[in-house]
Design a protein around this ligand. Structure first.
Ligand code: ATP
Length: 258
């Protein structure tokens, strides 16, 4: 492993992805640094989810390279589980199993990948639920009994079940009120700083981009057209990036000048 490749958690080079006649990602390149929180913005239908799903292997690519390093330091886990622990994902709607309790949802990846006693599995699952701020009263609730914010927290606990090196978050704050969204942002930042994983986050939430992301990447016309800290993106001359960050709705979020 070279020092340069060690620096990156994900390297996407010249990626082309499409469906029938449609080309969604058109020779896209993107590096995600190890240990950073990268936010991805782009127009609706522009290919953000397709990019995330292609990186994790759910959608086939037409051409290009994808290198996902994740966690390869060995740790306590064996071969199959080590690969599974490379990344965790939080899907947009939480995507919990409705017939399983919060605790059982978090145990699911453990059961799939590890051979552990029920007692140990219980212990790991409750530790993860505590990590995301859920107490014993919530552990045995079913998804229908959880609020939107709690659902996201359980989904995050499940994404962290195998101690992944990379966490993919698909619009983590969508559907949450601004206070719950702010709390969730803080939780992600705190966990990332404590546990040191890399975060790849698709979001439309300007507050999240401002407060939690180390860098922001903008996807337009199937490519990454700007990438850097938020302050740099705000100075970008790319027409779509300008329209996104300096359009009427974004302006409304800034304090009025007196
Ligand atoms: N499985 C699929 N089969 C065919 N077309 C697809 C498939 N998945 C996505 N697409 C198409 O790819 C394009 C990009 O979709 P994608 O879901 O990545 O957009 P997005 O940027 O995540 O949008 P949003 O912000 O609205 O969630 C869309 O035109 C969509 O219809």
């Amino acid at each position: 492993m070279t020092a340069a490749s060690d620096q990156f958690a994900i390297r996407v080079t010249d990626l082309v992805v499409g469906f029938e006649q449609q080309t969604v990602l058109d020779h896209l390149s993107l590096d995600v640094r190890r240990g950073e929180i990268l936010g991805l913005v782009g127009a609706s239908g522009g290919g953000k989810s397709v990019l995330m799903r292609t990186i994790i292997g759910l959608i086939p690519k037409r051409s290009g390279q994808i290198e996902v390093r994740g966690r390869d330091d060995g740790g306590l886990l064996g071969g199959h589980a080590r690969r599974a622990a490379a990344w965790g994902i939080l899907f947009q709607q939480g995507a919990l199993f409705s017939s399983l309790t919060a605790r059982q949802n978090v145990q699911f990846p453990l059961r799939e990948n590890l051979t552990l006693s029920d007692a140990l599995m219980d212990e790991i699952a409750t530790a993860k639920l505590e990590l995301v701020g859920l107490g014993p009263d919530d552990w045995d609730k079913f998804p229908s009994q959880l609020s939107g914010g709690m659902t996201k927290r359980v989904a995050l606990a499940r994404a962290l079940a195998l101690d992944p090196g990379i966490v993919f978050l698909d619009e983590p704050t969508s559907g949450l009120d601004p206070i719950a969204a702010g709390d969730f942002d803080t939780l992600i930042k705190t966990l990332q700083q404590t546990l040191g994983f890399t975060v790849f986050m698709v979001t439309h939430d300007l507050a999240s981009l401002n407060t939690v992301c180390d860098r922001v990447a903008a996807l337009a016309d199937g490519k990454i057209v700007a990438i850097g800290p938020m302050a740099e993106l705000l100075r970008s001359e790319h027409p779509w990036v300008r329209a996104y960050f300096h359009g009427k709705r974004s302006q409304m979020l800034r304090p009025a000048k007196d």
